[in-house]
Design a protein around this ligand. Structure first.
Ligand SMILES: Nc1ncnc2c1ncn2[C@@H]1O[C@H](COP(=O)(O)OP(=O)(O)OP(=O)(O)O)[C@@H](O)[C@H]1O
Ligand SMILES: [Mg+2]
Length: 374
């Protein structure tokens, strides 16, 4: 997979830029506040149709004073070239694939796959459970584009169900319609996440050993926090109805509590991913250096997992990570990147000399919303 060309108009602080990247490494250098992260955000939007920044409303994405932002790209995948166009207006986004309007977003997902790693990602391990659910969901989305629409269905039914639970008099037949939908989509999400964790764990263990030390054992467990006891992962993955029954029973068990609180208290939107080092929780016990090594291992393992299990290389977006990693971890990251046979990478930095790459690359200067190859 490769980005062959990209053009941005009235997006963030870019009035008009065109970039023709290298097929391997692209280094974007520039001082603070010049547009480096904005450029990566544009690539991410062309993949997921939403931003990696949580405060990114449509209006925020459009250049101050302009009416509409336009993102256009030429993408190569498996020998085929596709043209993507994303129009962002204050009220909505419109996608075009090879000049045809895309009506069903499911047809678009999977056109471009990216893995992002930024300074903020340290928070995946130290922050709230939602950060870890995001990590897992993005990784699944890359492997299974349909997951994007599945989570949208789940979020929609959850929202409807919560609104209904807040009403003074709850319509029982409507609630049971929502329950069925909730169980259907919730079970899919739960199974996908369990499947991911099972296959991802050994890759992570290997990667962490290589990056840190063979004396440390990295663990990762998916935890449905709303369940009583632990989940039988093997059965959940083998038997379709197992997870559905589990969700149905849990809904029944918490019926009174839900009505009292006015929201849904069970389901995958409440789950967590627990990372451990030698059996101890990273969140509570790991040092700064161990935490950083762990998150780096998670990102490298995510790419390795996609390459090994699904045989494709996502485009990697590294936002200023060299300033976050210590020297040894930084060197490890670049050794990993160089040793991959292929794979396109975009790296932003304020200091070119932090980037330990000398070959197969193009360097771009980002300054006041302009990008030029140097
Ligand atoms: N809608 C918008 N219109 C115009 N400018 C915007 C818009 N949204 C953000 N900006 C500006 O874009 C600038 C660059 O942001 P960006 O995050 O890309 O910087 P950066 O080069 O990554 O800097 P740093 O090295 O500090 O991370 C900021 O000054 C911000 O005010
Ligand atoms: Mg930045």
């Amino acid at each position: 997979m490769q980005l062959e060309a990209i053009r941005l108009s009235d997006f963030r602080n870019f009035e008009h830029v065109e970039v023709v990247p290298h097929e391997r490494f692209n280094i974007l250098t520039g001082a603070n506040g010049q547009g480096k992260t904005n450029f990566l955000e544009a690539l991410y939007l062309l993949s997921a149709v939403k931003s990696f920044r949580s405060q990114a409303t449509n209006a925020n994405l459009i250049r101050f004073g302009a009416d509409e932002a336009l993102l256009e790209a030429r993408i190569e995948r498996g020998g085929h070239e596709r043209k993507v166009r994303l129009e962002i207006g204050p009220r909505g986004k419109k996608i075009y694939l090879n000049d045809q309007g895309v009506r069903n977003i499911a047809d678009f997902f999977g056109t471009l796959n990216v893995v992002v790693f930024g300074p903020d990602d340290i928070g995946v391990l130290k922050g709230s459970p939602s950060r870890r659910r995001d990590f897992i969901d993005r990784a699944i989305f890359n492997a299974h584009p349909a997951f994007g629409t599945e989570s949208m269905h789940y979020d929609a039914v959850l929202k409807n169900r919560n609104a209904l639970l807040k009403e003074p008099k709850i319509d029982g037949s409507l609630l049971s319609v929502y329950d069925d939908q909730f169980i259907e989509w919730g079970a899919r999400i739960l199974r996908r996440r369990l499947d991911f964790t099972e296959h991802f764990r050994p890759v992570l263990e290997r990667t962490f050993h290589a990056i840190f030390s063979p004396d440390y054992h990295a663990g990762l467990t998916y935890e449905p926090t709303w369940m009583e006891g632990t989940i039988d992962v093997e059965r959940a993955l083998e038997q379709d109805s197992f997870v559905e029954t589990l969700l149905a029973e849990s809904l029944r068990r918490t019926d009174d509590e839900e009505r009292q609180r006015g929201y849904t208290v069970v389901g995958p939107h409440r789950d967590d991913l627990v990372a451990t080092l030698n059996g101890r929780e990273v969140r509570a016990f790991a040092s700064q250096g161990q935490t950083r090594a762990f998150i780096l291992a998670m990102k490298i393992a995510e790419i390795t997992y996609l390459e090994e299990r699904y045989h494709f290389a996502p485009i990697l977006l590294l936002d200023d990570v060299s300033s976050e990693l210590d020297r040894e971890r930084n060197r490890h990251l670049f050794d990993f990147l160089k040793n991959r046979q292929s794979g396109q990478v975009f790296i932003t930095t304020t200091h070119r000399d932090h980037i330990l790459l000398d070959d197969d690359l193009r360097v771009f200067q980002v300054r006041e919303g302009n990008i030029c190859s140097i």
